[in-house]
Design a protein around this ligand. Structure first.
Ligand code: PMV
Length: 326
C-alpha cells in the first residue's frame, strides 16, 4: 500500500536538550512546544516486492548519506512492528530549508512515522505513534499530537511520549521565522545532545527545569503572553548558554542572529510585544500575538540579514492525506 502523511515542525518553548538514555532517545527533561502550520514535511511511503533496497528522495534528490541510514533504521522499526520484510520507497518534500535549526527532523520523522506505519498496515494510537516517532528524532514525537504539546518526562520508552495540552485554535499566536541563512549547521543536533552534560551549567538547568515547565504551563493556561514570552526567551538563551559552554563549544548563531535578537528587544521597547527563541541553528523564531503579527512581520522582514520570513500559526499534528508524491 502507498500512503502519504503531512506533519508540521514544532517550536519548543521549553527545550529538549540532553538525553538520559541515548539509545531510546529519552530526554533529560520534559518539553513544551507548539506545532507550526507553514513548516511542513509531506512524505509518501510504499512497501513493495519491486524494491531491492530502501530508496529515499528528499526534495527531488536521492539521499544516500547518514540521513538515509536514520530513515532505514526507522523503517526497520516499522517492519519489525508490522512483521514484514519488504523494502520501501520513501519520497519526502519539505516546505522549508532543512538542517538550519527549523526542526525539519521533527516534521520529517513525524510524517515518516505516520506514513510508514499506515503503509505497513499498522493502525497505531496517537501515543504509539509519538513513541515511535521519538525513536527516529526526539522532537518528532511532539509533531504527532495537535496544537500546544507536552513531551512527558517518562523514564521508559512507553512513558516518553507527547500529548496535546491545547488544540491549535486555543491561542492566537503567530511564530514568524526569520530565515537568515540556508547553510546547513556544522554540528548536527544529535551530536549536540551528547555534549550537553559537559556544560558546567547543565546541572543547574536540571535543578530548575520542572519549575520552568510548571511556569510555562501556567502562562499557557492563563494566556498570559508577557509571562509566556519572558520564559520562552530566557529558555532559548539558557539553551545556548549550555551549548556555548560545552567542549567543543557549539556556537550556532551568526552575527545576524544577534541583530535579530536586538531588533526584537527594540520592538518591545517601542511597545510591541514579541519574543525570540532559537534552536540548533542561526535562524530565529519571533513569537507574538496574532493581533501584532503584521507589524512584527514588517519590521522583521526589513531587518538587515533577513532573507525570508515564514509566518506560522499553531497547527494540528501529523495527518494522512490522499495526494501521493509518486
Ligand atoms: O529532536 P532533535 O534531536 O532534533 O532535538 C531538538 C533540539 C532543540 O530543537 C534544540 C530543542 C527542542 O526541544 O526542539
Amino acid at each position: 500500500m502507498k500512503t502519504t502523511a503531512v506533519a508540521p515542525s514544532n517550536i519548543a518553548f521549553i527545550k529538549y536538550w540532553g538525553r538520559k538514555n541515548e539509545d531510546l532517545r529519552l530526554p533529560s527533561n520534559a518539553s513544551i512546544s507548539m506545532n507550526l502550520d507553514n513548516l511542513l514535511t509531506t512524505t509518501t511511503v510504499e512497501f513493495a516486492d519491486d524494491y531491492n533496497a530502501d530508496i529515499l528522495k528528499i526534495n527531488n534528490q536521492d539521499v544516500t548519506n547518514e540521513g538515509f541510514e536514520k530513515v532505514t533504521k526507522h523503517l526497520d522499526r516499522v517492519r519489525k512492528l508490522a512483521n514484514i520484510n519488504l523494502h520501501a520507497k520513501v519520497v519526502s518534500n519539505n516546505s522549508f530549508p532543512a538542517g538550519t535549526g527549523l526542526s525539519s527532523s521533527a516534521s520529517g520523522f513525524a510524517a515518516l512515522t505516520l506514513a510508514a506505519t499506515a503503509a505497513a498496515g499498522l493502525k497505531l494510537s496517537q501515543k504509539e505513534l509519538s513513541i515511535l516517532a521519538r525513536q527516529g528524532s526526539g522532537s518528532a514525537c511532539r509533531s504527532i499530537p495537535n496544537g500546544f504539546v507536552e513531551w512527558l518526562d517518562g523514564d521508559t520508552s512507553e512513558t516518553s511520549y507527547a500529548e496535546s495540552l491545547y488544540p491549535e485554535n486555543y491561542w492566537n499566536l503567530t511564530d514568524i521565522v526569520a530565515v537568515l541563512t540556508r547553510e546547513v549547521k556544522e554540528v548536527a543536533t544529535t551530536e549536540g545532545h551528547k555534549l550537553a552534560t559537559a556544560s558546567a551549567f547543565f546541572e543547574t538547568r536540571q535543578d530548575n527545569i520542572n519549575h520552568k515547565i510548571s511556569e510555562i504551563k501556567t502562562a499557557l493556561a492563563k494566556k498570559d503572553f508577557t509571562l509566556f514570552g519572558e520564559i520562552t526567551e530566557a529558555e532559548a538563551l539558557e539553551l545556548h548558554a549550555i551549548m556555548i559552554t560545552t567542549i567543543p563549544s557549539l556556537i550556532y548563531w551568526h552575527p545576524t542572529t544577534i541583530t535579530l535578537m536586538k531588533a526584537v528587544k527594540r520592538l518591545r521597547a517601542e511597545g510591541i510585544e514579541a519574543y525570540f527563541t532559537i534552536n540548533t541553528g542561526a535562524n530565529v523564531h519571533v513569537i507574538c500575538e496574532t493581533k501584532n503579527a503584521d507589524k512584527v512581520s514588517k519590521i522583521i522582514s526589513e531587518t538587515k540579514g533577513v532573507e525570508q520570513i515564514i509566518v506560522n500559526k499553531p497547527s494540528k499534528g501529523a495527518s494522512l492525506i490522499s495526494n501521493h508524491l509518486f
